[in-house]
Design a protein around this ligand. Sequence first.
Ligand code: CA
Length: 425
Amino acid sequence: MSSSTNDPSRKSWIAVPQHSDFPIQNIPFGVFLTRDDIITIGTRIGDYAIDLGALHQLGYFDGIELTEDIFLQDSLNDFISDGKKTWRLVRKRIIEIFDAVNPKLRDNEAHRNIVLFTMDEIEMKLPVQIGDYTDFYSSKEHATNIGSMFRDPEKALLPNWLHIPVGYHGRSSTIIPSGTPIRRPKGQTLPKGAENPEFGPSKMVDFELEMAFITTDANKMGETISVTEAEDYIFGLVLFNDWSARDIQKWEYVPLGPFLAKNFASSISPWIVTLDALEPFRTDSPKQDPDPLPYLKLEGKNSFDIQLEAAISPKDGSPTTVARSNFKYMYWTMAQQLAHHTVNGCQVNSGDMMGSGTISGPTADSYGSMLELAWQGTKPITLNGGETRTSIQDYDTVTMRGYCEKGDLRIGFGEVSTQLLPALL
Ligand code: CA
């Protein structure tokens, strides 16, 4: 058996379709409802979900210090709280169990029938109970585009942007897993040229192509996490669609920032991919100029080469990919975001979620929102069927995908897919 959990030559005895996001080198973590209506923590290889609660009861994790019910829970929070050493041991053990050359479970049909589920037998749930959700604004291209549209192209970035990973506190109550439809939000807007605001369904619903990382208990109130240690407190990443109502946002955001334009829904992909699985795809982040302050300064490769896509499918229509971006475009890295978040002593807990902010690339087809892609409605996007879009219409489905690829190794996130339904009137 090969030793590295990232060894691309390692194969599983579970057949993995070509171009699957979930080879044996991935081993993401999620929560699902089984065919017997039991909620459990699990992982996925190819098109099979694996019940980790059942595997644990059958003794496959013997020798690893775990409480009996660690996987028989409706969230990953307690497991995440056990820390990186435990996540590593568990991921490594799962890879050993499912390695093609290991007969223990492979040749035990009774155990296989208990542990394995096809994806259509299960329902994915939110993987963590999200205590707090913070959203950053860390793509320089995105911040420049928005600044150019709403203020002045010459002074698109505000003076703090190159010194601070700018962020705001969002709301966790309306974060939902992929597959849950949402309603068009209602709110106050100020129509162009009008003196007084009006109330009604938003006319400019948008997606934001983001990723989010999930933390473990990182510090006590008053303590700081250093930028060099910050990654040790990051469990993993999901795809994140931070739904936004641009017309509501434009009217309400001064002076305290987004409020109701952002907290009506944010969708995530259900499988959390660990930083260990992403390790082969580590890469440089953009060069930072000016130099950040010492508490944010970090040498080395601190980003990941994750290809991102967003597609729109109209009702009964096929998907059109409208944006292709990459996580590596982020100016501020996750380690810098987490170090900054705690530098004042703010406590971060197991299951907290930190959004990257919309990830836009340098080219017009790599922008991470309709606001930018259609440039404030001035450049409509044409879908495959001939319809055009400047924002998301009722019954459209927005699907985001993310994956890393190098040679024969592909590690992916699956998808986050959400349909927008008309406003409740
Ligand atoms: Ca956002």
